[in-house]
Design a protein around this ligand. Structure first.
Ligand SMILES: *[C@@H]1O[C@H](CO)[C@@H](O)[C@H](O)[C@H]1NC(C)=O
Ligand SMILES: *[C@@H]1O[C@H](CO)[C@@H](O)[C@H](O)[C@H]1NC(C)=O
Ligand SMILES: *[C@@H]1O[C@H](CO)[C@@H](O)[C@H](O)[C@H]1NC(C)=O
Length: 420
């Protein structure tokens, strides 16, 4: 185990970009280097950020505490099992031929969310109560050996429709039962996914909509809840799209990463989503990769900051039961090259198709390619089980009869079968 301590900007030195510049018990420099501004994140942390976003300078926040004489160095504990920017610190074993994490999305608490980020609070489906979501995860983990679940939830549900508000105890309590069910299922990875398309009620976070601090606030609160759970992964945002300025979006993500780390979740993985619905095919060409690669932890490392990409196998929209491509030559092979050159990893948090022959063929081929390149592909969660009805095109809900669970064929053949 290695403990890395970082004491940002001591004494007279000007603080560098992304460095801390104020906060309770912070004693380092409060002067940000040229071209950056000290941005209030929370009472414990402000940060020097590039002057690109319309953010509140720390000094303008009236409730802002003054820097005290006490030194406050943060530290990041790196254990031998920590995934580094390069892959697992315990050197990856490409010969094992399979990605580290595989599983499914358990959807329902995101129901009522539109792609414009209007998540109707009453639309959220309490799938723990209504669809035995915990039983589904226990089945996937124990019977199938899957080890990763992504747990989408609407931002509005968490704060009961009031942006920037404290978590609503009733609503969060319901969602937390799903999270605890995941943690208790035997899974190794439980992804908390805010399913808002970079938006709140039609407006983009940090670009005309809520402030970066509003999103950072909900992440800070969630990180406090789950700081001691090393299997929790923070999926900052589902499918950003039509983002005018990707670098400004990266500032938004940075504010949430900072808030999560500062809240005490110092070592868990965080998923960073790019533009174009997190599309894997355009991740590099859209500029998302370059912008998100600049995001750092408090100690300026990129440890456990994992890119988040989606990829379906139909026309790209993920709505058809017919699959047309395995995405290997068009998407995953070139992406693997970029990742290797840049020493980073991605997680494919949405993929999938119908329970059809074309999808059995192509999804299995895609997963096999991810397995063969497990040094850069951390894993996948397919879409979706949880609260869907049997008529849903991409239905992966297992059925329970006479005490025995039966998987949808795409799950048994590919999601499970191509990984094991
Ligand atoms: C600030 O430092 C004081 C003195 O060490 C300590 O009592 C207090 O808990 C610290 N506050 C925070 C928020 O860490
Ligand atoms: C939390 O949300 C519920 C609706 O789910 C609402 O009835 C309750 O008043 C909210 N609590 C607070 C403190 O806002
Ligand atoms: C978004 O992704 C789709 C599907 O891969 C692609 O056709 C389109 O060109 C991408 N758009 C941008 C702006 O990158």
């Amino acid at each position: 185990m290695v403990v890395v301590a970082a004491c940002a900007g001591m004494a007279v030195a000007q603080q560098t970009v992304w460095g801390q510049c104020a906060g309770i018990n912070y004693s380092g420099s409060t002067a940000c280097t040229l071209g950056t501004i000290c941005v209030y994140i929370n009472n414990w942390y402000s940060q020097c950020q590039p002057r690109t976003t319309a953010t509140t300078p720390a000094s303008a926040n009236s409730s802002y505490p003054t820097a005290s004489a006490n030194s406050s160095c943060y530290s990041t504990v790196i254990t031998s099992s920590t995934i580094t920017a390069n892959g697992p610190a315990t050197s990856p074993s490409p010969s094992s031929g399979k990605v580290t994490y595989a599983g499914v999305n358990i959807a329902g608490f995101d129901f009522g969310c539109g792609t414009d980020g209007t998540c109707v609070v009453s639309g959220a489906d309490d799938i723990v109560t209504n669809s035995n979501a915990v039983g589904q995860m226990e089945h996937f983990a124990k019977d199938d050996g899957l080890n990763a679940f992504r747990l989408p939830v609407g931002w509005q549900f968490l704060v009961n429709g009031v942006v920037g508000a404290p978590l609503n105890a009733t609503n969060f309590g319901k969602y937390d039962k799903l999270v605890q069910g995941c943690l208790g299922s035997g899974a190794e990875m439980c992804i908390v996914d805010i399913h808002n398309y970079a938006r709140w009620n039609g407006k983009i976070v940090g670009q005309g909509g809520p402030s970066n601090a509003d999103l950072a606030s909900v992440w800070s609160q969630l990180a406090i809840k789950y700081a001691s759970e090393n299997k929790i992964v923070f999926g900052i945002m589902n499918e950003p799209h039509n983002i005018p300025d990707i670098w400004t979006w990266a500032d938004t993500i940075q504010a949430s990463v900072t808030a999560i780390r500062q809240a005490g979740a110092t070592s868990q993985m965080i998923l960073l989503p790019g533009n174009n619905y997190s599309g894997a095919a355009s991740f590099v060409s859209s500029g998302s990769a370059a912008a998100l690669a600049a995001i750092t932890n408090l100690d300026l490392s990129t440890t456990n900051l994992i890119f988040d990409v989606h990829k379906y196998l139909d026309d790209g929209s993920g709505t058809s039961i017919t699959c047309k491509t395995n995405n290997i030559d068009s998407t995953f092979r070139p992406l693997a090259s970029w990742l290797r050159q840049n020493k980073r990893m991605v997680f494919n948090s949405e993929t999938g198709g119908g329970n059809t022959d074309s999808c059995y063929k192509y999804l299995c081929e895609q997963i096999q390619f991810l397995n063969q390149n497990a040094d850069v592909f951390l894993g996948y969660t397919s879409w979706a089980a949880g609260g869907f009805s049997s008529g849903y095109a991409l239905n992966e809900v297992p059925t329970l009869s006479g005490g025995t669970w039966t998987d949808q064929l795409l799950v048994s053949k590919c999601v499970v079968g191509a990984w094991k």
